[in-house]
Design a protein around this ligand. Structure first.
Ligand code: SF4
Length: 76
């Protein structure tokens, strides 16, 4: 699963949303989030993000953002 991190805050680009094959981006309060159960881990969005905000959840110290992405994507 890929997750969106705080570099996304105030970013105005939506290139990631446009390339995602399963439409699993959702709007959080001030940034986008990825629904962890809908993401198919394709990785297409990561290089599209101009803010470098999209990271794989396998990186260290991502627990906070994993929860954040789940919380805000499931509220839809
Ligand atoms: Fe969508 Fe693929 Fe990015 Fe997951 S990794 S959010 S499926 S583009």
């Amino acid at each position: 699963t890929y997750i969106v991190t705080d570099n996304c805050i105030a970013c105005k680009y939506t290139d990631c949303v446009e390339v995602c094959p399963v439409d699993c981006f959702y709007e959080g309060e001030n940034m986008l989030v990825i629904h962890p159960d809908e993401c198919i881990d394709c990785g297409v969005c990561e290089p599209e993000c101009p803010a470098d905000a999209i990271r794989p959840d396998t990186e260290p110290y991502m627990e906070k953002w994993v929860e954040f992405n789940r919380k805000y994507s499931e509220s839809w």
